[in-house]
Design a protein around this ligand. Structure first.
Ligand code: SF4
Length: 66
């Protein structure tokens, strides 16, 4: 199965958390509000990642297929 390559521009991320609500197993904010994310999720998660891309108010998330 193809995998995705998810990139988050941390200079743009303002810890709104929409991505963590859409896919909490792929995106997580820690106690310091630093974002951690799965950089290479399986291709069958592309819908969730794309929803997160669209929901991010800072347009900080981008995704490619690899
Ligand atoms: S939705 Fe965007 S701004 Fe909010 S935590 Fe996720 S990447 Fe950061």
């Amino acid at each position: 199965m193809r995998r995705l390559k998810v990139v988050v521009d941390l200079d743009r991320c303002e810890a709104h958390g929409e991505c963590t609500r859409i896919a909490p197993d792929l995106f997580r904010l820690d106690e310091e509000l630093d974002l951690h994310w799965e950089e290479n999720p399986p291709g069958d998660r592309s819908d969730d990642v794309r929803y997160a891309v669209e929901a991010c108010p800072s347009e900080a998330i981008s995704v490619d297929e690899v």
